[in-house]
Design a protein around this ligand. Structure first.
Ligand code: FES
Length: 268
């Protein structure tokens, strides 16, 4: 399958270090801003050369369709993201996207967004969609320390109820986003829908909490991606095989990044 029709040149509008080593990148491209849906991602080629070779998959953090801008959140974790943290307004980036599936929306049911660290990234755009649909929304957001918290006011401005947790207890509950979910579950309506995103251990922890008190739940597993293009098979995820027709494995970049939490086997 070719993605050439999704290749866009985007201009850098701005780059802000919103927390230590965490950046919000804003790019302008009306096609991308018009097409992107909550939960989707793009692949950004970091340099014009072949080094680093792979594109970086980044989930769409926010979109302003009128302004034609798209925001991404990323942490500096290696050479590719270090290079990305050095772009300047006016630079052109080569972006492939939007890619991937989207968060399912249930207009009549409360939504609970459970984010560990940069797992927050896809939820601001989704919270905007939920607010437009008048869905009652809660964000349960866990980070290492208070300095790592980003975008919380933007969620509050959308009317989202925000609860925080930090590993070091510097703000909110001392613990993780999964601990916030465990605390919140008894008070959540039966029909609440849980959406989670974060590093695999964080998503697994959420799945374990939900195994005790089941709710309909979806997980964005995009952080497992490497190439993001179906080329490296580095994002394979094992499926629970309820029927012989269910494939044993799927690719996060091609089949996801969002999966019904009951369908994936995160303990594998
Ligand atoms: Fe390479 Fe999915 S990330 S195949």
């Amino acid at each position: 399958m070719t993605h050439t029709h999704l290749l866009q040149k985007v201009g850098v509008e701005g780059l802000v270090e919103v927390a230590p080593e965490i950046f919000r990148l804003r790019v302008r491209n009306e096609v991308l801003a018009g097409r992107a849906q909550p939960g989707q991602f793009v692949n950004i080629r970091v340099t014009d050369g072949f080094d680093p070779l792979w594109r970086r998959p980044l989930s769409v953090h926010d979109v302003d369709r009128q302004a034609g801008t798209v925001d991404f959140l990323f942490a500096v974790v290696g050479r590719g993201t270090r290079l990305l943290s050095q772009v300047r307004p006016g630079n052109q980036l080569d972006v492939l996207g939007p890619l991937g599936n989207t968060f399912p929306l249930f207009p009549q049911r409360p939504a609970v967004l459970v984010a560990g660290g940069l797992g927050l990234a896809p939820f601001l755009f989704f919270a905007r969609q939920l607010a437009a649909a008048q869905v009652q929304t809660t964000l349960l957001y866990g980070v290492r320390s208070t300095t790592q918290l980003v975008s919380t006011e933007a969620f509050q401005r959308l009317g989202v109820h925000v609860e925080l947790a930090t590993d070091d207890g510097s703000e909110g509950l001392r613990g993780t986003a999964a601990d916030l979910l465990r605390r919140a579950l008894p008070g959540l309506p039966e029909d609440a829908v849980v959406y989670t995103c974060g590093p695999l251990p964080a998503v697994r922890a959420v799945a374990r909490v939900l195994a005790e008190t089941p709710r309909r739940a979806y997980a964005s597993l995009e952080t497992r991606m490497a190439c993001g293009l179906g080329a490296c098979v580095g994002c394979v995820v094992r499926m629970r095989r309820r029927t012989p027709d269910t494939p044993a494995y799927k690719l996060v970049c091609k089949d996801g990044p969002i999966f019904d939490l009951e369908e994936v086997d995160l303990e594998a």
